[in-house]
Write a protein that binds this ligand. Structure first.
Ligand SMILES: Cc1cc2nc3c(=O)[nH]c(=O)nc-3n(C[C@H](O)[C@H](O)[C@H](O)COP(=O)(O)OP(=O)(O)OC[C@H]3O[C@@H](n4cnc5c(N)ncnc54)[C@H](O)[C@@H]3O)c2cc1C
Length: 390
């Protein structure tokens, strides 16, 4: 029987590895190029007991209860609604932008009439994307939309993506809509949780199965070969029954159709001998030069003594991804534009020529997946392929 190889140990790879190992009772080799499992979900404790998410802050939020049930097999979860503020014109305002933010930004006098208009215009709507405000027929709503856009979205987006707002896919600008109420939850999702012991521990449990072996510090690209005659992918010169690939698809094919660009992050850490540094766990800085947000992980770490006189903030400086650079060599956010999607479709067509490869995940499918969608998608992929596995 030929081997089953899974490249990558993020959510996509780890879920498929576990499912194949458990439900198909097959041995699975997980190949991971980093020195740790978990992909971009990886977290680790620093010497002060603060749990730091190495690749930026991640919060589980979903309306899909089956995602929670699935994850509870591998970790105990605790409810956590992240608290965020945005620093605008030297003041902290509430994120998500909500009625309170509106009062803070336009003042109490003007806000009363504007709130009445908003309530009437968006009856029954919990959240409204910024572009709907900007394009609204009512002049006052439109004016407020433009104010938010100028003070927060335009600059944040430009830094985050290195693109003008009109060049960005609309789904990106829709990601932080305005709350049509005083709702202070960053996202209005039913289930908002974090694993008590962190994400890495969750992945350890997921990959802890007698049929799974994990090989760290191994770049699968050095072992993969294409047998174009037989339309099969080989690993270490051997036939494989199935290769689940969750790495970057352009790298798999040596960028023959060009690079698929990503934004990366330079995350800079700053420790201070203080109990607390920021007014809440995440501050977004739309107007600052070069950086977008800071996270104070101490405020997130489950059960940590908040009185200990040290804390740390991690500040994100976005930059273009370059696999060969010293800083910015991690692909974080795919830059979804029409042109890039055309390049992606060429890679997809190429991959489809081979009968034994399955692409899954944000890098292989060049998509921004939130973790709940990523989990749902990996489970669906398994359902698609399981009957083909002998
Ligand atoms: C900064 C940031 C914050 C986010 N915050 C949230 C959030 O708050 N909530 C939420 O729901 N989602 C969030 N997400 C999305 C979440 O990170 C993804 O949904 C999830 O991590 C995707 O998992 P994946 O397995 O597809 O990819 P990855 O986690 O990237 O895993 C791919 C793995 O493949 C490995 N690999 C690649 N190439 C090779 C190779 N050649 N050989 C061997 N191994 C290889 C990589 O090292 C990596 O470990 C965030 C994303 C980012 C970038």
């Amino acid at each position: 029987m030929n081997e089953i190889i899974v490249v990558g140990s993020g959510f996509s790879g780890s879920i498929l590895a576990r499912k194949i190992a458990e439900e198909c009772n097959r041995k699975v080799r997980v190949i991971e190029k980093r020195s740790h499992i978990g992909g971009n979900m990886y977290d680790e404790y620093d010497e002060n007991g603060i749990l730091i998410q190495k690749y930026g802050p991640h919060f589980l939020n979903t309306n899909k209860y089956f995602v929670i049930e699935f994850l509870e097999q591998y970790a105990e979860l605790f409810p956590h609604n992240p608290k965020l503020l945005s620093y605008i014109d030297d003041n902290y305002v509430r994120l998500p932008f909500n009625f309170k933010t509106l009062q803070q930004l336009v003042g109490p006098k003007k806000s009363e009439a504007l709130l009445a208009k908003m309530r009437a215009a968006f009856v029954g709507r919990d959240r409204v994307p910024i572009l709907e405000l900007v394009n609204h027929e009512d002049a006052d709503i439109k004016e407020y939309g433009n104010l938010l856009f100028d003070k927060a979205y335009r600059t944040y987006t430009a830094k985050q993506w290195g693109l003008k707002p009109e060049e960005i896919d609309k789904s990106v600008l829709d990601r932080v809509p305005m709350a049509m109420s005083y709702d202070e939850r960053y996202l209005n999702k039913d289930f908002q949780y974090l694993p008590k012991k962190g994400f890495t521990a969750l992945f350890q449990n997921m990959l802890d199965h007698p049929n799974i072996t994990v090989e760290l510090n191994t770049d699968a690209l050095e072992h993969i070969a294409f047998d174009s005659e037989n339309k099969k992918i080989k690993y270490d010169g051997e036939d494989v029954e199935l290769l689940v690939f969750t790495g970057a698809i352009d790298e798999l094919f040596a960028k023959k159709y060009g690079s698929l660009p990503y934004r990366s992050l330079d995350i800079r850490y700053q420790y201070e001998n203080k109990k607390s540094i920021l007014p809440c766990e995440i501050i977004s800085y739309p107007q600052a030069e070069g950086y977008t947000r800071s996270t104070e992980y101490k405020k997130i770490t489950y059960g940590l003594d908040q009185d200990q006189p040290i804390s740390m903030i991690a500040t994100e400086y976005p930059l273009p991804y370059d696999a060969t650079a010293e800083i910015g060599n991690i692909p974080y956010y795919p830059i979804i534009t029409e042109d890039n999607l055309k390049v992606y479709s060429q890679y997809l067509e190429e991959a489809n020529k081979y009968g034994n490869i399955v692409l899954c995940g944000r890098l292989a499918e060049y998509k921004y997946y939130n973790m709940d969608i990523c989990i749902e998608h990996a489970l669906a992929k398994f359902a698609e392929i399981k009957d083909k596995i002998k």
